[in-house]
Every structure is written in C-alpha cells, then in structure tokens.
Design a protein around this ligand. Sequence first.
Ligand code: URP
Ligand code: ZN
Ligand code: ZN
Length: 479
Amino acid sequence: MQLLIRGGTVVTHEESFRADVLCVDGRIAALGTDLGVPGGTEVVDAGGLLVMPGGIDPHTHMELPFMGTVASEDFYSGTAAGLAGGTTSIIDFVIPNPQQSLLEAFGAWRGWAEKSAADYGFHVAITWWSEQVREEMGVLVREHGINSFKHFMAYKNAIMAADDTLVASFERCLELGAMPTVHAENGELVDHLQRKLLAQGLTGPEAHPLSRPAQVEGEAASRAISIAGTLGVPLYLVHVSTADAVEQIRLARRQGQPVYGEVLPGHLLLDDSVYRHPDWQVAAGHVMSPPFRPAQHQQALWQGLQSGDLQTTATDHCCFCAEQKAAGRDDFSKIPNGTAGIEERMAVLWDEGVNSGRLSMHEFVAITSSNTAKLFNLFPRKGAVRVGADADLVLWDPEGTRLISARTHHQNVDFNIFEGKTVRGIPRHTISQGRLVWCDGDLRAERGAGRYLPRPAWPAVYQQLSQRAAHNRAEPVLR
Ligand code: URP
Ligand code: ZN
Ligand code: ZN
C-alpha cells in the first residue's frame, strides 16, 4: 500500500521544511522534493497544509468501569473520534480492582482494546500492594511492554493508593526502569471535604470544586515528588491543573529531579464557574477531577508549557452521558467523574496556543506528540516525521475552521465542554499506518485496525538517574 503526500510543509518538534512524504506499507519510506509516483500510489495534495506527526494522547479511559457505571466511549468509537481530531495513538489505563491480579486486568483491557481503530498502549494502575503485585509488575515490564505505572492518590475506598503503596511501587518502578505516574490529589482531604459539604446541605455540582481546592493537588504533588526524589526515580504527574502543582514541579526540576507534567486543554481554557451553571445537567457535564479551576491558574499552566516544566498534553477522555451523570442528582460526590476531548485536543491547542502566539508550531508538535513519544519510549516510531517511522500523520490546515458541538462531534457522548467554540486550525486529513482515515470530513476508521504498542522500559537509564539523586542528596560532612 503506497501513499504520497505531495506539496506540504513538514513540521516536527524541531524543524520545518518543504517535502513530499512517501508512505509504504505503513511506514515513511522517503522524504524529499518531487518524489516520483510509483504505479498504484494514492496521491494526497498537501498544498497549503502542514504535515505533522499524528497526535498521541497519553491519557484516555475508553470503556472504563468507574463509579458504578462504564464510560460510554469504547475503544473503537474513541479512537475513531481521535482520528477525526488528528490523534493517531493513545495510551489508555488498565485499572485493576484492589485485590485483583494485574495480569488478569491487563488481559481484560487487551481484549476490549482489540476493536481500536488506532494504535494503543497501556499504563497499568497500582491500586493495592502485595508480593504478587510486585511480581506481576515485573512480568508486565518484561513480557508485555509496559513501562509506566499509575497511582491514584485520590478516590478513597476505591482505587486510591496510600503512601505505603506509593513507596513500594515507586521503588519497584526504579528496579524495573518504569515510569511511576500519579493523579495528584490528597484523597483523605477530598473525602473529608465531600462529607462536610454534604452535611452542610451542599449537594450540587457547585460543591465539586469546593471539595477539591488547589491545595489538595499541591500537597499531593509535593508528596509524590518528595517520595520519588528520595528514592531517585523519575515521576510523571497527569492532568496538572493548578499553579500550586506547577510550582512543585518547577522547584524539583530546578534541583535536577526528573519530574514531568501533563496538561489538559480543559484546564487551560475553562474555569470553575462552569459548576455554578443554572442547568444542573450542564454543571454536572463538567464534573471531572481535578476540577476546572479559578482562572488565575491558567496562566501558570501555559507558562509551564512554555518553559518546558510541563511537557505533554492529554485529554483524560472519560465520557459519561447525561443519564449516567444523573446518578449524582442528589449527591455531587456520586456524579461519575470525567469529560471528553480526544477529538478537540489538537484543534483547541492550536487555536488557543499557536494562534494566540503562546506556542510555536514546533512546541505544538512537541506537546501533542513528540514529547509523549519520548517520555514513554515510543520515539521515533511515533512522534517523528522521518524515514522508518510509522506513517501516522496529520495534514493540518492552519486556516480551516470548525464549530465544536456535541451535535456534530464523533465522540460517543452527548456533551462537549467546548460547545459553541469555533477553532481556527484543523486536521484536514489524518493518516494512520499509511492509510487515509480522515479525509476532509469523511471518517474512514476501521474497527480493529489499531495495534498494541509495546513500550520497553529503561532499567540502565533509571539506575544512572538514581545515582544522580544519591549524589545530589549527599550532605557535606562537617568536622
Ligand atoms: O475525572 C476524571 N479524571 N475521571 C477519570 C479518572 C481520573 O481521575 O483520571
Ligand atoms: Zn485522574
Ligand atoms: Zn484519567
């Protein structure tokens, strides 16, 4: 199968140049000007378009069983919507129940994901601790291509990992050369504040952000960073939403600690007034954790991306329809937490980031694709436009516009947090494994075409990093 992308401008995280791109059997086979057209080659005219690596979303929850229901978007519909938005790979989460075998849960998620239309990998969550968990982490790394483990510091009495679990699991990650990641919110405080607010009669969505103030995230970020720093293991914080957490990351990085952070477009654009919307359904539609914040946090998040203290963008795509959100009609703490975004992430970031002058187009590629590929060991197979890389590309039209609406999006959910927003800068075509899957409004996603992405760990690199940490920690001996 051959596809020639002709006449576009290639844009990567570090350079841009005019070149045709020839894709053969799912890989980039040649880059150059005026490439010949072998017989049987499909040709796409990329005149006026930017040819960029397909987006990688490192944080999705397709068909997740969560808070008494199951996310409405499955691996097929969700990855197909991603393709319509220029995202060609996802890293989803295997989340074992406490006491459940990690390998058993991994098997279940692998089965569900077989219907994916785009390539996918997994982080595996550590929701409990035992010798069996320790062993199975090793099996997942050595035999199944897992190189990252997730820890929820919130969701008490469900999937929360307490400090003893964090310490044991981070130490195991260091041995294995796998990245520990955290959802940084103090679950004890959230639980306490939820009870207190409910006792005061505050039962609606307006109480959701009150139960999770910024300090709840700042404290957890600081604690996780301290644990990782003491053990000498790198750390990745998912959905960083506050100036408090950005500051903790910045301080650690200034001391040489390998700490990384991810941001969601929703936290960059929306503020906590959405929870005071007079329509309960609209307010509940925005319930996700961490919540949207008072607007002053947004500048810190943008500056985190600009300075390089935050490296990636994701969606935390976790969809619940109105009837599912209604489970929390009388108690905000029972509203299933989650919002969509896989289809809008790239366009919203281009519109608000590049068009506004906050980000260069190279930084855009870095934070939507290449940095994620590097951090989770997919680079340069993914996140690059170079010979030998997977032919996962987005042909970007910087002048094209789109009105975002739940009525027209491809996501399997009846709500869109960016409803009514017009974006300038859209994916005109998306190419996955060298095949045109989004062609100017025509979605040609194929059920089951996505492949599992094994991601090797880095035990040797992690040992070096832990030596660096020990060196930085060493106190001068006073005589
Ligand atoms: O509200 C959210 N974010 N739901 C999905 C689970 C998580 O915390 O990532
Ligand atoms: Zn989370
Ligand atoms: Zn999540």
